[in-house]
Design a protein around this ligand. Sequence first.
Ligand code: SAM
Length: 262
Amino acid sequence: MKRLIRQDSYGKEITMGVGKGFVDKVLGDVFHPGGLKLTSELAQLTGIDENTDVLVMACGEGDSAIYLANDLGAKVYAVDIAPEKIKEGTKKARKLRLLKRVFFKNASVYNMPFLEEMFDVVLCEMTICLFPDKLKALQEAYRVLRPHGTVIFSGVIIHDIPRETEKKFRELTCLFSSPSISEYIELFKKAGFKDVKGIDRSEIAVEQYDELKKKWSKLRFFSKIFLQETVVNEKEFTNLIKKGERLIEERKVGYGIFIGKK
Ligand SMILES: C[S@@+](CC[C@H](N)C(=O)[O-])C[C@H]1O[C@@H](n2cnc3c(N)ncnc32)[C@H](O)[C@@H]1O
């Protein structure tokens, strides 16, 4: 069985979210808090319209990319490291006759097959928390943006959670390799971006967790099979889920939007 979580993931490669695995099936296709409603907010913040060339980094199955092309008329390139996600995105775009406006490419965000200064907007949702080398991904975003172009990311933020809890969560989900808002802002600046702003949207994390809880019964049903492949046992897993809930309720784990200019 394909591993969803690799034990060596602490600071190394990404794990969860790669491939069309069990977690994807439980969680659904658009796997970012806020769904396409938040994507439309990101589009408004960056002024995406039919004259905008957009790059979507780590696009998953492409719903946001397709939305930007279909509803807003943008020309969109979208990359993801998982070939099956790219295949799925292309299939959806073909169905909607969008293949002249949205182009899916199988590539890593660390080394994208684009020339310098090709895009007006680079957008990435819910995935920076999965990048072990966040700075390198941001530097790639900077490289492919046109001068005065806009970068916009959304992702998990954490405030001050116990180190051991964080480590376990990282091993289990990889979602919590997430800095705080101010640390993110510093990272964006280090990559070269100007006028960097962080917007705390942690209320979305609460909503997302409520959604997840609805799906929890399914997750429990599969959890035994799932956990054979992971680094924790069932009891630990249940405890971590409870801790996760508490951390979100206490606003120690939340969600943020980061925007900056080249
Ligand atoms: C949590 S999903 C989010 C997908 C999409 N952004 C969304 O909001 O629905 C994470 C995605 O990041 C992709 N990914 C992870 N690491 C990557 C990398 N280094 N380069 C490109 N894609 C990556 C995974 O394959 C997966 O599709």
